[in-house]
Design a binder for this molecule. Structure first.
Ligand code: ZN
Length: 317
């Protein structure tokens, strides 16, 4: 319990979203260029974006929606900087006081040098510092060639601006082992190690990824429920799983929020947190995730408060 726990519980029980938004919380799984509200992008770029479906029929259609309706307005320097700042403003409005937000390596292409990119990220971090602890995360696609990006990633790590690294993108592509050296270097420099796994790949892949990369946290990991042994491993290792329930429904990883395996994981004793993933595409802030899970009876208010506190413990972990 913290000093906000009773208010958070009351906010859930009375469905008072303004009260809930005033309570400190974390977002430990979100992506820098897809975490602003769509309406904010529409206003800034003076465009209209067709709303995405609540559930994307296929992963291809999800990617196609981003490429067709979002990237043309964001994939350049000013677009990226707008997205990042707008995402932080959204998080502040939602009561998020600590955010681990991945910044994909592709954004470096918009800058003359890695140093320019690092400087911009640093200046944005400093500008928002009074309102939010923005912990920039190095976002590495697993489809990249690890040896080709080594120098670049080392430069980002050496800047000491980034406090975590996340391996993501197509979970069925590439070899996790190829990134072992990069992750070892990141660990030696004090970064937190994370990877997307167990969203599309199997429970055994989760166990392998944790072992090979020596992860500190897992992004998604929901397929662990397919294997009791993997669930036991996650429980005993105390590795937190940063779950994004609405994202999992929208991408047809689970059939509904009310049947989300996060309940089973929680009951097993696995440490879980609740996060937003891509607000631009899924329309759910962290506060809205908590409220939806409470409304559907997936968790009671005290349990959701415990999960909120799990996130807060990660801030200095
Ligand atoms: Zn993600």
């Amino acid at each position: 319990m913290d000093v906000f726990s009773n208010q958070f519980i009351e906010g859930l029980q009375t469905e008072d979203i303004d009260l809930l938004r005033s309570i400190p919380k974390t977002d430990l799984h979100c992506h820098g260029s897809l975490s602003m509200r769509r309406s904010a992008l529409e206003n800034w770029a003076n465009i209209e974006i067709p709303p995405p479906p609540a559930v994307y029929p296929t992963f291809y259609e999800f990617i196609n929606y981003i490429r067709t309706h979002i990237h043309p307005h964001t994939d350049y320097r000013e677009g990226f900087e707008f997205c990042l700042q707008s995402a932080l403003e959204q998080a502040i409005q939602d009561g998020v006081h600590y955010v681990e937000m991945s910044l994909d390596l592709k954004f470096l292409e918009f800058y003359e040098s890695p140093a320019d990119f690092i400087q911009i990220v640093y200046s944005i971090q400093q500008r928002f510092k009074p309102q939010i602890h923005f912990a920039p995360e190095i976002g590495v696609k697993r489809t990249l060639n690890a040896s080709q990006i080594e120098d670049l990633v080392h430069e980002l790590i050496n800047s000491k601006i980034f406090t975590s690294i996340d391996l993501y993108d197509d979970e069925l592509a590439g070899e996790v082992r190829d990134f072992k050296n990069l992750f070892e270097y990141a660990r030696s420099m004090g970064l937190k190690l994370k990877a997307h796994t167990g969203e599309y790949n199997s429970a055994s892949s989760i166990a392998q990824t944790v072992e090979i990369l020596e992860l500190d946290a897992i992004q998604h990991g929901i397929n662990c429920v397919q294997d009791e042994g993997v669930m036991n491993l996650l429980k005993s290792s105390k590795i937190p799983l940063h779950i994004c329930p609405t994202s999992n429904v929208a991408l047809k990883r689970v059939d509904s929020l009310s049947n989300h395996p996060i309940r089973k994981m929680y009951d097993h004793g696995i440490i879980v947190t609740i996060n937003s993933d891509d607000i631009t595409l899924f329309d759910h802030s962290v506060t809205e995730e908590y409220l939806a899970l409470h409304r559907l009876g997936v968790f009671n208010a005290s349990e959701l408060n415990e999960i909120r506190l799990n996130g807060i413990l990660q801030e200095n972990a």
